[in-house]
Write a protein that binds this ligand. Structure first.
Ligand SMILES: [Zn+2]
Length: 306
């Protein structure tokens, strides 16, 4: 993947959060690493911001006041976390998961779980996935919850086991906790039985620790072969999401040359702290959300679509 600094230059997205309001929150959270990109010239913030209430517009004075209050609160939350723009609201998820069809970014094979880099959709949505589990930052889970950003996590037991309570907390706020094996080995070089042990034992572990058996599995390093898919299917895995973008606290890396998000793209990032990359987990989430919003996308919940 090509590394590209800076963010996409799209102009779509919610109203900009006035930069004066960002200073305090940024100073409190940006401990190291490069500054986030400067906010675009401040746009007027509409009195009533777009939000999930749009579907059934109520026009009574009370309803309008309620929406205005919700919008004010959303703006305040975005300011507090130092966002350049209000995140765009995700559309209502489909009633049932859509059947996966052959498309660019989808590899289907009979009897095996599909491998998916991009979920087929025309909607302006992308998905944030967070891997491994080393850094268990309560500020990160709080920020995601307060901003309404849904996460799909892929957890390796050897990193998560020191505090599964953190991941139970994520599950409790509606985020998904999925399988990323026990020991995070390169599965491609292992025989079928060992691969199956790495995947199925983590299914059992997560079922015990989190309370539900994952449907999604991501192989470490994105490395897999047919044995991997067969093994995963045999322990209840329904799909294998990979990714088209990787996010860091200071940049996004894109798989394709146009260096932009596309509807349905899956974004990879990691639970990492300042010992491993230039920023905190909140810095990382701020970078992702601002970039996604600037390109006109909303973050939706992968597990609702796959
Ligand atoms: Zn990993």
């Amino acid at each position: 993947m090509a590394a590209v600094a800076g963010c996409g230059g799209g102009s779509a997205g919610g109203g900009a959060v006035p930069s004066t309001a960002r200073a305090g929150a940024s100073a409190a959270t940006d401990r190291s690493g490069p500054r986030p990109p400067a906010a675009p010239a401040a746009l007027a913030v509409p009195a009533v911001l777009p939000g999930p209430a749009r579907a059934e517009e109520e026009t009574s004075g009370e309803a309008v006041a309620r929406r205005a209050e919700a919008a004010r609160a959303a703006l305040e939350t975005a300011r507090r976390w130092g966002l350049a723009r209000l995140p765009l609201p995700a559309p209502q998820p489909p009633a049932g998961r859509p059947e996966l069809r052959a498309a660019q970014g989808v590899k289907l094979a009979d009897g095996l779980p599909p491998v998916v880099y991009r979920v087929p959709t025309e909607q302006p949505i992308v998905f944030l996935t967070v891997d491994d589990g080393a850094e268990k930052d309560p500020e990160f889970s709080r920020m995601a919850a307060e901003l309404g950003i849904p996460l799909s996590t892929f957890v390796a037991d050897y990193l998560a086991r020191s505090d599964y309570g953190y991941f139970r907390g994520l599950a409790g706020q509606g985020d998904a906790v999925n399988n990323h094996t026990i020991n995070h080995r390169n599965l491609k070089v292992l025989d079928y039985a060992t691969q199956r042990d790495e995947i199925c034992r983590q299914q059992d572990q997560l079922e015990g620790q989190i309370g539900s058996r994952p449907r999604l599995f991501r192989p470490p390093y994105g490395e897999y072969n047919e044995d991997t898919l067969r093994a995963a299917g045999s322990c209840g895995i329904e799909a294998v999401p990979l990714w088209n973008e990787e996010a860091f606290p200071d940049r996004m890396e894109y798989r394709y040359e146009d260096q932009r998000l596309h509807p349905g793209d899956i974004i990879l990032t990691h639970f990492r702290g300042t010992d491993l990359w230039p920023g905190t987990m909140p810095d990382l989430l701020r970078k992702v959300v601002d970039e996604v919003t600037a390109q006109g996308f909303a973050l939706a919940r992968l597990d609702d679509y796959l």
